[in-house]
Design a protein around this ligand. Sequence first.
Ligand code: AKB
Length: 315
Amino acid sequence: MAKKILVTGAVGQIGSELVPALRKKYGAENVIATGHSTMPSDEFLKSGPFEIADITNVDTLRKIVEKYDIKIIYHLVSLLSAVGEQKPDIAWHINMQSLKNVLDIARDFKIEQVFWPSSIAAFGPDTPKNNTPNETILRPSTMYGVTKVAGELLCEYYNKKYGVDVRSIRYPGIISYKTLPGGGTTDYAVAIYFEAIKNKKYKCFVRKDTVLPMMYMPDCVKATLDLMAADNSKLKHRVFNLTAMSFSAEELAKEIKKHIPEFECTYEPDFRQKIADSWPKSIDDSAARNEWGWKPDYDIAKMTKDMLTEIKKKV
Ligand code: AKB
């Protein structure tokens, strides 16, 4: 019998693409999606089981795990960096309480595997900026980053103390066209594509020389599935750096201009600039490459071509 998989935060940017991929791989009825604040599309609702659930409530989570006899959890619930700076108390509560609940339930119900996303936000101003190693200084300057470092430590604690098989990726900025990200610092790298198609111009909220690590959604989904399918005995880490490309905001605008020559990008940094400046420019993901064979398929050129084609179909 197929193992039942629970995905929390399933209506968000990553969940809305990870759930269809999991349903394709493991069967629609075996993947139980949950969301809280945003209702999914009709298409999503028709594609398999969906429950409205606040994962910061442990009883709600327990009932779902019991009802479906869940064996694997992808816990994607999270408030992102920019909104986390505006609502630090809520960010702490949502990010930490939901993770603690998932890990407690994983321990108590013998859940076989847990996936939880960390982020480049776990790094901070004191972290080496270029080719940032897997093991390095983790002193973030945002509440979101603080929840990511605390979360990484909590996952490692539950792994060592209770044997919970929890795996994590430090996602870079994720670029996609199906569901827009909300409240992140790297959101400009998604919005720029939509504005280029709709209005031929974009006012970017970071400086043009801002360089950050990024990844296209198909690579993000592939990496997540591959890490969870990896042989546990081969994993020396629980948390992995991951990247596909690094580019400045200006380089991204230039790449879009190759397809839309009239496109104009202006730069008006706001409070998110400080957050972006605290993160690495490029990432060393050799641990992921060596331990579970990570290799991205998309660079900036291939991603841009695909993004523009898909967004044109959408708008
Ligand atoms: C954000 O910008 O907050 C996220 C992230 C890098 O974790 N996209």
